[in-house]
Write a protein that binds this ligand. Sequence first.
Ligand code: G6P
Ligand code: BGC
Length: 883
Amino acid sequence: MDSIGSSGLRQGEETLSCSEEGLPGPSDSSELVQECLQQFKVTRAQLQQIQASLLGSMEQALRGQASPAPAVRMLPTYVGSTPHGTEQGDFVVLELGATGASLRVLWVTLTGIEGHRVEPRSQEFVIPQEVMLGAGQQSTLISWTKGFRCSGVEGQDVVQLLRDAIRRQGAYNIDVVAVVNDTVGTMMGCEPGVRPCEVGLVVDTGTNACYMEEARHVAVLDEDRGRVCVSVEWGSFSDDGALGPVLTTFDHTLDHESLNPGAQRFEKMIGGLYLGELVRLVLAHLARCGVLFGGCTSPALLSQGSILLEHVAEMEDPSTGAARVHAILQDLGLSPGASDVELVQHVCAAVCTRAAQLCAAALAAVLSCLQHSREQQTLQVAVATGGRVCERHPRFCSVLQGTVMLLAPECDVSLIPSVDGGGRGVAMVTAVAARLAAHRRLLEETLAPFRLNHDQLAAVQAQMRKAMAKGLRGEASSLRMLPTFVRATPDGSERGDFLALDLGGTNFRVLLVRVTTGVQITSEIYSIPETVAQGSGQQLFDHIVDCIVDFQQKQGLSGQSLPLGFTFSFPCRQLGLDQGILLNWTKGFKASDCEGQDVVSLLREAITRRQAVELNVVAIVNDTVGTMMSCGYEDPRCEIGLIVGTGTNACYMEELRNVAGVPGDSGRMCINMEWGAFGDDGSLAMLSTRFDASVDQASINPGKQRFEKMISGMYLGEIVRHILLHLTSLGVLFRGQQIQRLQTRDIFKTKFLSEIESDSLALRQVRAILEDLGLPLTSDDALMVLEVCQAVSQRAAQLCGAGVAAVVEKIRENRGLEELAVSVGVDGTLYKLHPRFSSLVAATVRELAPRCVVTFLQSEDGSGKGAALVTAVACRLAQLTRV
Ligand code: G6P
Ligand code: BGC
């Protein structure tokens, strides 16, 4: 007759069988005990070896290396993100217990409000009536968690069966959304705290862990962005080299007698299913040797499975005391003496301490893997722990934590016990999946207007062509097509020393350019404070002359009157080479009383005010022209100048016969297109987004330079900032928290786009930059910010490419050529620093102007050199006419 005792042990059928060989003496017994317990001692070196071997297997499995077969599986789950804390909704979770015998149904409510938890309701076996949805309720998601070792394939089949069953019932509106491993449920159920919870550890019947890995490291996924939760499946780890030295005779016996000999060797030293069994084997051995229970065993002690994890936990728990140990042993049909109780406790402690230490070695391997893949020196992470061993054993987690600190000292780990098993976590998996899908949809909707197709770009090219023609004819057009009076590129015979000024880009420079058989440049950068750029015109030009005087003194040029070329990167209507009326300021300049004035006269007046200097201003040159001339000195096919920096613009060699207002019909003249203003007549309205409108409205020249505001460095960061603000207001970014710093104008610099996009995979830059800005960033946020930057810069580059395509086609048609080979001299920080801008421009040009072979030459010396060359050519021509 079997009756189950209070501790779950069989009672009544015990007959003690005792050793007949006599009991060992006290010193022999203590040796026997020591020898036995010693086997369970694991040294730090052994743990480190296990950690290293496991890490090696993990990395091998991630790489998809098939031979030799890795000792762990590293199964990617389809969980791509951890909870934000904003997830909400009602979820039904089915938990199939480890044995498959019980089905727990949970109704989980996520409130989406931090710190506000609703306890899940649960019931075994019966599906509660409230699952039926009443009027007004949304469809409910079901998730399925199985016990340990759930296989994806089996899972899929089960899901289909479940779906079919639900459909047959007809009364329920339930969708089956996810199959979740228990480690994943544990990790996902962790309340979002100060540090990210990106590892889930379960020590229950079996043991396993999962963690958030960079998707690009998981070879089977073929995905280079984002993260994915990987289930390590470390229970099957069995590297003889590393595990061999720590396996005891008891481990061998346990394995031999198990249902799956040779398999899951690591799990068999840690999992709750085995801890009781190991204790039982040791106790039986010590009893047989006469060290325990007066040399007597009982049938229960000799039966597999008679000591359970719960017993081991209770026997070790100091709060339950020796009386409880006594009772448990008695239930096993044994008659323990006082010293037996203590020894049994030692055995339990030895077995469980080893389990916790081995588990720590495995966890340390996971943390190292995480640290490697994040490329971080130190790691701060929370590990969610679950399973009966973690929950019930009094010391398991503290031994685990202490050992992890020794094995992975660079990781700062906090263990967070899972609150309600996997239930909440499984609900969270579906909630997070739903949040990600919703956020992606909102992101796509937001960025859709930035993604231009071929037809849209071809339309921009065509409109640009129309506006060019009108501008050249002197008709109203947003393209002014300004003649520059530059008719010839250098022929190499120019000689002399020239001064050059370069105003209008990131830097103001004064240069001394020596033209001999080559060109030598000495230059100095000066700052133009914003107060000066936006103060009075007189102040600005006085400041410029002060800088020239300083430069002359430093170079020993005082008193000399060298010919001077002035790169002035703003729209000017030129009446000759040395006369340019400023039409309007752009790019953050706003000095008063300059618009409508001849810039060369303003400079000369400032020189007169300064009296001490004499300067001979020969030419005023736009930066596009300077760049074209500078590159043209190296490559005579360079007939286009392009700037994509603070502002944007282009110039090119046009047939004089097409240029209204300049006498003469033969030859060519360089035309400054001032394409930054393209679209100021409303012709780009169909491409303009709400973000372009916001940037324009907040600028110092609303309604002006609309093309420039979609392309150039002064504005791209601002467009990104406005998009980020919008996505935050939708709750898609930064957990929907409005961040004050993001409201600050110009806080998101365009150089950030270049930095962020240079590092598209590791997302390190995105994190560093946004954290520097004080923006609280999750890894989903980092990816979205990257996508925003890419969309904005891609549109900029494509629009710029459409402009270049219009220009090269115009040149080709002007010359009646089937095919044109031409070079473009380019300058500007955005073009030079951004990782993809130049190739995107080139690709767009190839697509829109297939009959032109266009080479892009980056200008190395800035357009000041070009201004000096224009001056040199002018001086050469002047000399010729004098002769
Ligand atoms: C050249 C010129 C500048 C010009 C600049 C554009 O190098 O020397 O005068 O305006 O490129 O680039 P930035 O990015 O400085 O506006
Ligand atoms: C100016 C152009 C200049 C361009 C690039 C624009 O804002 O109007 O004259 O070429 O910026 O610097």
